[in-house]
Write a protein of this length. Structure first.
Lengths: 167, 176
């Protein structure tokens, strides 16, 4: 069983997901986790699938036009659980070079693992939202370090616990 | 009027995980006086009590497609109004307001959580198992969220049917 990681990028238009999924289904590829969004109007999709070989998947996707497709084989990862505490980092402020680099470096130094990230530039407003898995007890120190970084960047930052309630 | 559960001791039942047809089927209305329903009510309470962090459990979650659920949010930090441990039959939301998004998980969807908008204040009409007494439960905050989640189970709906958007589901990170 081959596990493949596939990225699809191109100008957005209707039916790209359907075309990609259909081509993969045609060679017996089972889509597992995937995400798709539009980044500044570009269609972007990343997915993991298993079943066909690298060559079969590439051939199946080759007729698709106007999109850049990358297919590579990956070693299956265990769907490992995060053992830390879930937090959300929100940053917003005037756009400038290096916001993502500075903020995520602070998170990395604190031992935090970013598990989801979105950034958007809207006019001059820059917004970053990250889900972070933090080691136990690291939140207060990280909040202080983020505040220092945010002051240097001239942006607002908040770190809050991503609480979820089991019902 | 008290709605607090005061029934027999129940048995702990295995909890069903999605995908399972029973979790996606509309539950049948129950006869609150039926001894089998009273026993199932007791079993839901017993199963809820042994499940860490569990504040509510609906009959479809133990594989029985009927409109019956147990709730107990006592002591939960997000609870305001609380009614202790109680079990409701054939419950319906008759008033809902103060809508608010929150991230919730479910014993029957063990690895995911999702952002779901729920009313922060509800009035629920239902009957009590055993006595068959008709009650209206007015509550808020976390107990209101729990009631809506359980009433959804009785209607064959999971929180996944209500998530706010494509990027509003998450791998569950905290295991109780």
């Amino acid at each position: 069983m081959h596990e493949l990681a596939i990225t699809v990028i191109g100008p957005d238009r209707p039916s790209i997901v359907a075309n990609v999924a259909e081509a993969l289904a045609g060679v017996g590829a089972n889509l597992t986790d995937s995400t798709m969004t539009r980044l500044r109007g570009h269609f972007t999709m990343t997915l993991i699938c298993n079943g066909p070989s690298l060559v079969e998947a590439r051939e199946a996707l080759s007729p698709l036009e106007d999109v850049v497709i990358e297919v590579r084989e990956v070693a299956p990862e265990s769907d490992k659980k995060d053992n830390g505490e879930p937090y959300v980092v929100s940053v917003h402020g005037a756009d400038r070079l290096g916001i993502v680099a500075a903020v995520t470096r602070v998170v990395a130094v604190a031992g935090g693992n970013i598990t989801d990230l979105s950034t958007r530039l809207s006019g001059t407003l820059y917004v970053l939202i990250a889900e972070v898995d933090l080691p136990g007890g690291a939140a207060d120190e990280l909040a202080e370090q983020l505040a220092v970084a945010a002051a240097e960047l001239g942006v607002e930052v908040t770190l809050r616990r991503a609480e979820s309630e089991l019902l | 009027m008290t709605i607090t559960w005061d029934g027999p001791e129940g048995n702990v039942l295995p909890v069903v995980s999605a995908p399972a047809t029973v979790l996606s089927s509309i539950g049948d209305e129950v006869d609150p006086a039926d001894p089998a329903i009273v026993q199932l009510a007791a079993d839901l309470v017993a199963t809820m009590r042994v499940s860490p962090g569990c504040v509510g459990l609906a009959a479809p979650q133990v594989g029985v497609g009927v409109q019956l659920f147990a709730v107990d949010v006592t002591g939960h930090p997000k609870a305001a109004t609380t009614h202790g441990t109680f079990v409701l039959c054939n419950a319906k939301v008759i008033e809902a307001s103060r809508w608010k998004a929150g991230r919730e998980g479910c014993m029957s969807v063990p690895d995911l959580t999702g952002d779901v908008k729920r009313a922060g204040r509800v009035v629920v009409a239902a009957t009590l198992p055993g006595s068959g007494e008709e009650v209206t439960v007015t509550t808020d905050a976390f107990e209101a969220r729990a009631l809506q989640h359980e009433i959804d189970h009785c209607a064959g709906k999971l929180f996944l049917d209500r998530v706010a958007g494509a990027h509003a589901i998450y791998q569950r990170k905290v295991y109780l």
